[in-house]
Design a protein around this ligand. Structure first.
Ligand code: LUZ
Ligand code: MOS
Length: 755
């Protein structure tokens, strides 16, 4: 089954927030934001703007009737700056005018009087200055000292990974319409409608039931709209509330790139201890997370980093410390993987480091340490299942690698066009690490003609969650999928919904849908039993739209049954709640069962590097991925391929450049910030789904798919290093992503000079 929106998208008929027909009296918002990274806000000179053509209102923090506060986990982020600005792009004022152009002109004429203060953009510097977002946390298991006693080799180093722009196709946008009794209806491009509702109510100083948030679909999100769709939606609501007119707020691409947060850059120190045979006995790591100017989701992201400190490996002695550092950059935020990719990059850096020093092939160290069934993670869970090893073995089989040949070849010189290979095993925990977020609801209506409407808290952002929800509804009711319509995500139909995030959208909302549908089906079957006057104890079921009794079809079909049930006053609606079972976590001991299950897989990446030019191609990526019993292979393949490409982009070409000092983002457009396109995509991407052999905790025996494949992309970084070292074994490239062509060329040049 295809993505539900495939035809609409191809024909350009899908409706996004920006496609809504605007009422004639709609106002358009334009923002005045901080031009400096840090400063004292002394004054706002808006006298000229106030008199400009079409300008209706200029909104600042003084106009906020409720709280000027949009913080999520920690309340440290004003909607509009009050007396201090702490990042470039921090909103100071919102100009409302009757056209976007007039609003933009007026906003440009507003002068901010700011006394600049020193800015900190480096997390280690922030740490030295004590600018922490929260106290550091440490996850540990075993004893580092004991572990090191048995290690013949200890290597330490530093690994840095850069940020990443989400580059959702649809930039941040919201549209709010005032309604009677001081209510506001918001159309927002958000992953978290209930969070938008909550913050809008807080800012407007009204109860949540006066705010309705409706989400049709998003043109991509990738985590960038989990928290950071909120300010624009709340501003639109505030504008509507203050003026009594509809208000639209939309960022253009450059504004979006400059003003919104990104994946967190990390700078990390590691110390790895190994035995002679390559077995890792000890792992110590400290992560300095670049949080940006407000906490946003940084503490949750750092927590997920700590959960993934050992990646896909078992290490008996671990101490992992995470430090969330406040800096004067836009608040960094959720991005596919949510801190886990940063952890895995450090782990692979250390393994690569050790493999070089020991003269071993990286894959032989990886294989020796790969998680086995029953191995314990530092946070107390055990590794269940053998899927990771099965995917690893499948990839090894495909590559025909000779396991007896575990030594690196130390060749040097020769042709400057070199190949590099790297395997990337991935193990990713599924569930929100904040246990309370692991709940969802569904509301299902069967109409008298037999058609079905399903509402859940899941947001369709292109990932295909609606296709899976429709499949769950059709599969549970056992009617044709054409009878199912998945409705918009709306806070009046799905209340208190968690954001569609953490790869849990289909699992949790799908399970809630299954419960609601089963409930309706049970009532219908009881009613059918009465209609058909079947003997007590008969087994009634729905099979492809027909009622069966003890497996034999009857003349009673879905439409007739529904119609008769309605006339007999049987309820055709159901609301259900699903809470992922058996999750707990104790933040004192840092132990528990934070995840419902893990998703695993292995990728093998082969690259060709031209060591004269620094240019490279990714020749092939073989992925063997565990999707359980996939609900939808087309959707899942799309997620694996898309995630892989996005991961490759993160570690190769996607480079955020900032002016120094000052911290102004220089790579603020697609001319200067490069993402993988069809020309830089691997020549060959081969995705194989692991044969399902077990019972899975995901919906309909499947497994979540959204985030894990991102991390397959990390292998490309190390494949490039492998190619580089085969030509110049002496090069110490360090571990700093992204490895752009520019950086490769610089490394090669510097090496030539040394020679
Ligand atoms: N969002 C969140 C997430 O609030 N908690 C999580 O654990 C998470 N994990 C991945 C992506 N988004
Ligand atoms: Mo996400 S990073 O699952 O919003």
């Amino acid at each position: 089954m295809k993505h539900l929106d495939a035809t609409l998208h191809a024909r350009g008929e899908s409706v996004f927030v920006g496609d809504h027909h605007l009422p004639e009296n709609t106002l358009h918002g334009a923002l005045v934001t901080s031009p400096v990274s840090h400063g004292t806000l002394i004054g706002i000179n808006a006298a000229k703007a106030a008199g400009m053509d079409g300008v209706v209102r200029i909104v600042t923090w003084r106009d906020v009737p409720g709280e000027n506060q949009i913080g999520n986990m920690i309340q440290d982020e004003p909607l509009f700056a009050e007396d201090e600005v702490s990042f470039i792009g921090e909103p100071v004022a919102l100009v409302l005018a009757d056209s976007p152009l007039k609003a933009g002109k007026a906003a440009a004429s507003i002068e901010l009087e700011i006394s600049e203060l020193p800015a900190v953009t480096d997390p280690r510097r922030s740490f030295e200055m004590g600018m922490l977002i929260a106290p550091p946390r440490t996850f540990s298991m075993g004893s580092i000292d004991e572990g090191l006693k048995n290690c013949q080799h200890v290597f330490s180093g530093r690994a840095d990974s850069g940020g990443q722009e989400h580059l959702y196709l649809e930039t941040q946008v919201a549209f709010a319409v005032p309604a009677e009794r001081g209510c506001v209806r918001i159309h927002s491009s958000t992953q978290g409608p209930s969070f938008v509702q909550k913050v809008a109510a807080r800012v407007l100083g009204i109860p949540m039931h006066r705010i309705e948030v409706d989400v049709g679909r998003l043109g991509g999100a990738f985590g960038g709209k989990e928290d950071q769709a909120t300010p624009w939606a709340v501003m639109a609501a505030l504008g509507a509330h203050l003026t009594g007119r509809p208000v639209k707020v939309r960022l253009d691409r450059k504004e979006d790139m400059r003003w919104t947060g990104k994946r967190h850059p990390y700078s990390s120190d590691y110390r790895i201890g190994l035995r002679d045979d390559g077995k890792i006995l000890s792992w110590e790591v400290t992560y300095y997370q670049n949080g940006g100017a407000a906490s946003d989701l940084s503490t949750a992201i750092l927590e997920r980093t700590l959960f993934h400190a050992t990646g896909a490996y078992f290490i008996p002695n671990v101490r992992a410390t995470g430090i969330s550092c406040r800096t004067h950059l836009p608040p960094n935020t959720a991005f596919r993987g949510f801190g886990a990719p940063q952890a895995m990059f450090v782990m692979e850096s250390a393994i690569h480091h050790a493999s070089r020093e020991l003269g071993m092939k990286p894959w032989s160290i990886q294989e020796k340490n790969l998680l086995r069934r029953g191995d314990r993670f530092p946070y107390g869970m055990t590794s269940e299942g053998d899927e990771l090893r099965r995917s690893w073995n499948r990839v090894m089989e495909e590559l025909k690698l000779d396991r007896s040949d575990s030594e690196r070849d130390g060749s040097s010189g020769g042709t400057p066009v070199r190949k590099g290979l790297y395997l990337m095993p991935v193990c990713f925990g599924i569930s929100f690490t904040s246990t309370f977020l692991n709940q969802a609801t569904a509301l299902v209506h069967v109409y008298t003609d037999g058609s079905v409407g399903v509402s859940t808290g899941a947001v369709e952002m292109g990932q295909g969650v609606n296709a899976k929800i429709a499949q769950v509804a059709a599969g549970t009711l056992n009617v044709d999928i054409s009878r199912i319509k998945v409705e918009t995500t709306n806070t009046t139909r799905a209340a208190n919904a968690s954001p569609t995030a953490a790869s849990t959208g289909a699992d949790m909302n799908g399970n809630a849908t299954a419960i609601a549908c089963s409930c309706i089906l049970e009532r219908l079957m009881a009613f059918a039993g009465d209609c058909l006057k079947v003997p007590e104890g008969s087994n009634l079921a729905m099979l492809d739209g027909t009622v069966t009794v003890d497996g034999r079809p009857t003349d009673l079909h879905w439409e007739e049954l529904v119609e008769q049930a309605y006339l007999a006053r049987v309820s055709l609606s159901s609301q259900a709640h699903y809470a992922t079972p058996d999750l707990y976590f104790d933040r004192i001991s840092e132990k528990g069962r934070p995840f419902a299950y893990h998703v695993t897989g292995t990728a093998a990446t082969e690259v060709t590097l031209d060591c004269l030019r620094g240019t490279y191609t990714v020749d092939s990526v073989i992925v063997v991925h565990d999707a359980g019993e996939s609900m939808n292979l087309i959707v899942d393949r799309g997620q694996v391929e898309g995630g892989l490409l996005q991961g490759i982009g993160w570690v190769t070409m996607e480079e955020l450049k900032y002016a120094e000092p000052g911290g102004e983002l220089l790579s603020d457009s697609l001319a200067t910030y490069k993402v993988p396109d069809i020309y830089s995509a691997p020549e060959e991407v081969r995705v194989e789904f692991l044969e399902n052999r077990g019972k899975n905790a995901g919906v309909f025996n499947s497994k979540a798919v959204g985030e894990p494949p991102f991390m397959y992309g990390i292998g490309t970084y190390f494949a490039l290093l492998e190619a580089l070292t085969s030509y110049r074994p002496g090069i110490r490239a360090g571990y700093s992503a992204p490895m752009s062509s520019h950086r490769l060329l610089t490394l090669l040049e510097d090496d030539r000079k040394v020679r």
